[in-house]
Design a protein around this ligand. Sequence first.
Ligand SMILES: [Zn+2]
Length: 393
Amino acid sequence: MKCKICGSANISQVIDLGKQPFANKYPRNKFEIFKEKKFNLKIFFCKRCKASQIKRIVNRKILFEDYYYLSSVNKKLKEHFENLSFKLKKYNFVVDIGSNDGILLEPLKKLKISSIGIDPSKNVGKIANDRGLKTFIGFFDNRMIKKILKEYQKPDLIVASSVVTHLKNPILFSKNIKEFIKKNGTLIIEIEYLQNFLKNVEYERFYFDRPFYYSANSIKELFKNVQMKLYDIERIDVHGGSLRFYIKNSLDCKITKRCEKILNNEKQTLNLNTFKLFNKKIYQHSKYLKDQLIRFKRRNKIVIGYGCPARVSTITNFSKINSDLIKYIIDDSPLKQNRFTPGMHIKILPRKNNLSNINVVMVFAYEYFKDIKKIFKNKKVIFFKPIPFTKLL
Ligand SMILES: [Zn+2]
């Protein structure tokens, strides 16, 4: 196996998360549970570009045409994209790849910045179009580029937030960007940062939807190959600590100090040893989580979960946690309600009528804990982050 970002053969398996289902497929009923498939989830690390990747890349069509994640449900994420939109005032035409329900297109429209979105999910893309936020439904590929360029000019800014991690073929993506973007145009990429997963023991961020876990060095390599230059990196506060990369369609620009610093830091700290240590912690923390849940059960405590993002699947399937230990999970997205979690089949319910007689809340959507805590005001419950198992106050 070769690295699908830089082509190096210097690649080794570093994590084995066992048999896992698709983390964003929430079965509706017994029949869909019966049809559910599981595959081995193994993570590899490339010593050259310092990225991680999954060997098995599941057909993107199966995963994304029918999707259940609505960005705009998350207040914090909405704020994040509003803030980003203010930075984009100087651009003439913005294309948002993976625009979801129009979470960035909406504030751009308010600022009168010309913009369109591209999203593969028919159901989510329709929501955006119905709200008057122009969204092309389909994957970002050659055909899509031709279709857009028939009606629009080349964009001087492309945004790809939480997208590159989901790609099947990053090299092809970089070539397509090069073809699509205006000369001297800017590409903004946002990713959840691998270094942060490792630091915070967030193995739950690995699942089949996302075959690639980038380092700053791997982003630099990927776009260097198409004569584009990574020149700045911002640390941002979404998805438990992410990076925002600025890449210019020109080799003629200066690299910022903070960009250089992150690139150099990876060279020193991101290696096989980091993963060895991480792997050990995964087992320790998962066992501890399960032991705690068993303890609650013995003491007749009612435990529920709050928030059902994809990570619920990775954690519960790896730690073998089912509805014996977590009675149900509340999620505010109507698309997930009254379905089951992938693999372990814990019921997902709406907030309404399901907040009484609870002792313990496992906060899976821990980024939104402040908001979640408010929902339970006047109720005597204790909150925990599942991995690493931590009491939340
Ligand atoms: Zn590589």
